[in-house]
Ligand binder design. Sequence first.
Ligand code: ATP
Length: 433
Amino acid sequence: MVDMKDLVSLCKRRGIIFQSSEVYGGVGSVWDYGPVGVELKNNVKRAWWKANVYSRSDMVGLDASILMHPKTWEASGHVASFADLLVDCKKCKKRFREDKLKGKKCPECGGGLTDSRRFNLMFKTAIGSVEGQSTTIHLRPETAQGIFLNFPNVLNASRKKLPFGIAQTGKAFRNEITTGNFTFRCREFEQMEIEYFVRPEEDQKWYDYWVNERFNWYINLGIDKKNLKLRPHEKDELAHYAKSCHDIEYNFPFGWSELEGIANRTDFDLKQHALISGKELVYFDEETKKNIVPYVIEPSGGVDRAVLAFLIDSYNVEKVKSQKRTVLKLHKDLAPIKAAVFPLLRNRPEIVEMAQKIVKDLAGDRYVVYDDTASIGRLYRRQDEIGTPYCITVDVQSLDDKKVTVRDRDSMEQDRISADKLESALIEKLKEA
Ligand code: ATP
């Protein structure tokens, strides 16, 4: 398995992930996605949207805002209980989450620990332009509540019948205490959440369905099954709103850890918001002519954690002709760049021109790049390191036979393909498993 140090270094070198505000020394647990990383992240979100919205008739999308009415977080229980219990070491002053400690001593230096204190993880800010008259509001710590508050709006607008879901991706913020492990635990991160509304008596059926569905999503996108497992929550571990919860865990280099949680949130949230707002948040059942409050099954995953797992799982180091080759064997749907085009000789204008025309023809619907800044071997290695499935080389012979060499990332086999058939060939190749 990849050493995290090697992965972090590759991410920086190849423009996948950078530390935020690095020139000022950085901000803890906040990360920026570079030119290659932003593509990977967008592809992960797109694959999620395709599987959960476009491929289904029982799901619609939403993009709710980060700032929400302060009452939201009172109703949801976040003001009262979205907190960690913290202890400080009296000797080395380090801070720890009490629930993660094994004994009563500091795990770093063995010093004594203070009593625990509650620390709310929500970031506070102020809304309103007049100093002194502003109101405290929070940056959302999860995207889910934006879905619950829009339940009646979406229902009216989409006329969906139970069961149906609302899907959303978006930023969430948590002032995490115990950080580290690269992008696994960030203070600003992105979630991909579904709230799937069902008849209360059908909750278990849909819960089981979504656990299975979400587990398979990672496998279909190339994660090795042996690196994934499902972990049911113990009763004393369940969140205040949940009847049951399963975590999908990934075998990270730092241990098995949560990628996504699937929870049965019952009717807790809709009822809470109805109670505090005084508005009805119900579904009118045409058959019984009665209002019902649906139960909610929530698959809630992190984009950043998914990206990290895809990077780790696809990272391979191979020996090729006694040389080391680092290659990200990413699923083609996730690969940031779909093809890279090189001129074998960059001092031959006709070759450069032909290569640039190929880029122009192939780009637009997919990300295709041109590169002539190194020798062909180096160019291949660079693209392997960021998981580009195909490299296309234009050589002297191409000028005569109008064919180019297409090299496969994984097998490293090369094909000669007519330049005018390149786009259809690439489309077919990108669909192949
Ligand atoms: P953890 O126990 O690791 O703190 P959690 O159980 O609090 O996570 P949830 O509230 O269930 O997490 O959030 C749903 C998903 O959002 C998680 O499965 C994870 O993928 C993602 N997520 C939560 N917190 C973070 C974070 N600080 N950084 C990155 N992703 C996060």
